[in-house]
Write a protein that binds this ligand. Structure first.
Ligand code: HEM
Ligand SMILES: *[C@@H]1O[C@H](CO)[C@@H](O)[C@H](O)[C@H]1NC(C)=O
Length: 513
């Protein structure tokens, strides 16, 4: 009896597996057929597609190569034969992240990543109504007006970082002190988002070892391991891979760590009650008190984790790359220092109007080092997308994207288009921003690093302002050079590291000005 039962179960399981595999294969074949007219590189591995190649080369370099060869729409193969569209066509991009955005949610795998690391917050949510419910309370807290009021906090965290650097420089016996900048950039970003968004001090800038900073880093900053490759290649088609093994365990621990802190922050804020502030925490308290959202604690904690993480990794990477660019071109560094050298802490409006070169350096950095390299979406239905020019080898001014297809907008390619930026598009040249302004050149899409449309970065003003405050503070006190050869590598965001070495690093030789 029990033998028969086992037998039947096994048979059923085998049938189910066959069925799933068949459906998968049929889906692959049908997508491939629908996209047969879209050009692209030949599949280099039956199992991994192009994932192995992408993972083991300079971030974004293959996208540049492929798009110069195949045009603005191309397709390549991911793990187990699934098709990925890479799109740089400006009209298609406007549609996908604009009016079409709710037909192009984040891919299931990406959503699963956000769910297991952060919970069901705004980076995870999909659907117009549900998304707007998440976005509405955040918007006033991160608006221009709100950032204007938060600017003094940005100077406080900047000053804390500067005083730590001053200590290191003064303790050193030589006239130049080596300081690892990515670690400090991370601590700055974490403390700033904690204080400015949640009135909470993570106190990473005290310089002590910090469990949260370490945990967040451990999650994404351990690349070049085979397990990281498997995860990256496979989570598109098997999202549950994110919950298994050592990496899955690590993800759970970090989520818990950040969650425990968020719960504490929330309960403290609730006890403290109404303040005059308008930051994220205050908006969440307000929404909670008015009953406007059905906000259980898990929901709030997920949102807090999401905002902290969104404001941490990206800003940390941007600060590192700005420092890197300033360190490798002393004449630019001196130019910006001269521009910002006088006066007290500039106000928010001064930050945005008085320092064209600083502004240009930060935009040029985001243009050449977008922290988020790819903007991923998945077609929720079969949908036709308008194009600005026909796909290579066809006369179609539109592209029909089959349901379920993953598409990817390579931000680096979009931001280095020679048709927009000229033949020196690849070169770090901040003056180009000033020249363009003088000549009145304004492209519709100057930068795509924050994405666009209803799901664009809601923290853009916040990020630009904190980075400016920090760079001004540092340039007034220190000069720095970069003694090692540095390369970008992908570790969720794109970070710098000493060429060929594991985790992120940017050692600078720092002295007082
Ligand atoms: C230089 C720094 C930053 C960059 C380059 C950046 C980039 C981006 C990008 C590309 C997206 C869209 C993601 C997608 O849908 O695929 C995004 C979304 C988001 N960002 Fe940022 N970000 C930065 C800083 C910040 C900061 C400081 C905060 C908060 C204080 C923040 C909060 C968010 C939130 C909440 C979303 C989700 C918006 C939504 O789905 O409606 N970001 N960011
Ligand atoms: C430094 O930047 C200036 C201004 O963009 C440029 O003219 C110069 O060639 C750069 N120097 C180096 C070494 O890249």
């Amino acid at each position: 009896m029990s033998y028969d039962y086992l037998h039947i179960s096994l048979l059923l399981a085998a049938a189910l597996l066959c069925f799933i595999s068949l459906t998968f294969i049929l889906h692959l074949v049908s997508v491939r057929w629908s996209l047969r007219h879209v050009p692209g590189p030949k599949c280099s591995s039956l199992i991994w597609g192009e994932e192995w190649l992408l993972y083991h080369s300079l971030p974004g370099s293959h996208y540049v190569k492929w798009h110069s060869q195949f045009g603005k729409v191309l397709r390549f193969t991911g793990a187990f034969g699934h098709q990925i569209l890479s799109i740089t066509d400006p009209r298609a991009i406007t549609f996908i992240v604009g009016e079409g955005i709710y037909s192009f949610p984040k891919p299931t795998g990406v959503r699963e990543w956000f769910k297991v690391t952060l919970g069901e917050g705004i980076l995870w949510v999909e659907g117009k109504e549900a998304h707007e419910r998440h976005r509405r309370p955040l918007a006033p807290a991160l608006s221009t007006q709100s950032v204007r009021n938060l600017t003094p906090i940005f100077y406080e965290t900047s000053a804390k970082l500067a005083s730590q650097w001053a200590k290191l420089v003064d303790e050193s016996t030589s006239d130049k002190t080596e300081i690892e900048a990515t670690n400090w950039a991370g601590r700055f970003a974490l403390d700033t988002v904690g204080r400015a968004a949640f009135s909470y001090d993570f106190d990473c800038l005290s310089g002590e070892k910090h469990a949260l900073a370490d945990a967040l880093d451990g999650l994404t900053n351990n690349e070049n391991k085979l397990s990281s490759f498997y995860m990256r290649a496979l989570f598109w088609i098997f999202p549950s891979i994110l919950s298994i093994g050592k990496k899955g365990e690590m993800i759970r621990l970090t989520k818990q760590e950040l969650g425990d802190i968020a719960v504490r922050m929330w309960r403290d804020a609730k006890i403290a009650g109404d303040t005059n502030e308008k930051n994220v925490m205050a908006m969440m308290l307000k929404a909670d008190a008015s009953g406007a959202t059905t906000s259980d604690e898990a929901h709030l904690v997920a949102e807090m984790r999401t905002v902290i993480s969104a404001g941490y990794e990206t800003v940390s990477s941007t600060v590192s790359w700005v420092l890197y660019e300033l360190a490798t071109n002393i004449s630019i560094q001196e130019g910006v220092r001269k521009e910002v050298s006088t006066g007290g802490d500039p106000s928010f409006d001064e930050l945005n109007n008085k320092y064209p070169l600083l502004d240009a350096v930060i935009h040029e950095t985001l243009r050449l080092h977008p922290p988020i390299l790819e903007n991923h979406h998945q077609a929720a239905e079969t949908i036709s997308v308008p194009l600005s020019e026909p796909i290579q080898g066809t006369s179609d001014m539109y592209l029909v994207i089959p349901k379920g297809t993953i598409l990817e907008i390579p931000v680096n390619v979009v931001q280095t288009d020679p048709a927009v930026w000229g033949s020196d598009a690849e070169i770090f040249k901040p003056e180009r921003w000033i020249e363009r302004k003088e000549k009145g050149i304004r492209q519709q899409r100057e930068i795509f690093a924050f994405s666009e449309g209803p799901r664009s970065c809601i923290g853009r003003a916040f990020a630009l302002t904190e980075v400016k405050a920090l760079i001004i503070t540092l340039l007034r006190q220190f000069s720095f050079t970069s003694p090692y050869e540095i390369e970008p590598f992908q570790s969720f965001v794109i970070r710098p590291r000493i060429k060929g070495q594991g985790p992120s690093s940017l050692p600078l030789l720092v002295s007082r000005v």
